[in-house]
Design a protein around this ligand. Structure first.
Ligand SMILES: Nc1nc(=O)c2c([nH]1)NC[C@@H]1CN(c3ccc(C(=O)N[C@@H](CCC(=O)O)C(=O)O)cc3)C=[N+]21
Length: 293
């Protein structure tokens, strides 16, 4: 059995570190960091994630400001909500939960968030800076940052290693590829159109799976001893569960656990790290605003 990378435990350690920092900030300026969450509509998954984020804020002493808007909200109304939060000095981070309803132009909304408050790291300026090694972005997207943090805190060296990223989304695959490249890995990005995915993935000393397809990665896709980070959060029907489903990753855990050197579980891997990195970004933003960094 591979060594388990316990994302839940690592995220808890990071939250403790942030809690201490928040107390220090409060002691020195008499104010705390603030995160604004914006939820449009009532998708159950989005509602759950936003609730988890707000609870995590509360636990570390970050103030959370929540706005709920109906599914039918117009793009203009959502834009004016973002602008109000941009102008609010108590708000240091703005998170507009994705996905947004189809009638709203997601890119237009994300571009309207102040670069200084873009704790998701989805603003085109932050993404552009991330693509250029020398231009430090104001914020690195939370899930990709969480993947790197899991590797670093598990003492996995990245430099010189072959890292294979399965998936090329704007929110995970692409930014995590850039972060790995910045840390001097040799990076292969593969996707649904890649020929012979198993043998490409098998090149990876580090494999990051972020395609969003339940249990897609099998044992013959993995280089023996590789470090596997599973970003997939897929719910599949399971009659034995009281809610009727369970969460699985993009990696078939049971099939792969003996062949890899280390692996993250789902749940309890990259999910909790995403939230911890959101708190980290929000705390860093507040420090910058308070002149403490
Ligand atoms: N603007 C925006 N920013 C996001 O960061 C964002 C988003 N939109 N839309 C949706 C995705 C998804 N996401 C997750 C966060 C935590 C867990 C997490 O903590 N999962 C737990 C399990 C949770 C459960 O039991 O349902 C785990 O993996 O252990 C999962 C998924 C953030 N997202």
């Amino acid at each position: 059995m591979a060594k388990l990378i316990d994302g839940k435990a690592i995220a808890a350690t990071i939250r403790e570190e942030i809690k201490v920092e928040v107390r220090k900030i409060e002691a020195s300026v008499g104010k705390v960091p603030g995160l604004a969450t914006v939820l449009v509509g009532s998708r159950t998954d989005s509602t759950t994630y936003v609730r988890m984020k707000r609870k995590a804020c509360e636990e570390v002493g970050i103030e959370s400001f929540h706005t709920e808007l109906p599914e039918s909200v117009s793009e203009e109304e959502l834009l004016s909500c973002v602008e109000r939060l941009n102008a609010d000095p108590a708000v240091h981070g703005i998170l507009v939960q994705l996905p947004l309803p189809k009638h709203i132009n997601e890119e237009r909304i994300l571009s309207a968030i102040s670069v200084e408050k873009d704790v998701d790291g989805f603003h085109p300026v932050n993404i552009g800076k991330l693509a250029m090694k020398s231009r430090t972005p104001r914020f690195v997207p939370c899930t990709p940052r969480g993947c790197i943090e899991l590797l670093v805190r598990s003492n996995v060296s990245i430099e010189g290693k072959c890292a294979v990223v399965l998936g090329r989304s704007n929110i995970v695959g692409l930014p995590v590829s850039l972060l790995l490249l910045h840390r001097n890995a040799t990076v292969i990005v593969c996707h649904s159109k890649t020929q012979d995915l198993p043998s490409v993935c098998r090149q990876g000393d580090i494999l990051i799976a972020a395609v969003g397809r339940a249990n897609m990665v099998k044992r013959d896709w993995i280089k023996p001893g590789a470090v596997v980070i599973d970003v997939g959060i897929n719910s599949i029907p399971d009659a034995s569960k009281k809610n009727g489903y369970r969460l699985v990753g993009d990696v078939d855990f049971d099939d792969c656990k003996d062949v890899c050197g280390m692996i993250t579980p789902v749940p309890g891997g990259t999910g909790p790290m995403t939230i911890a990195m959101l708190l980290r970004n929000c705390c860093d933003s507040a420090k910058e605003a308070f002149g403490l960094s």
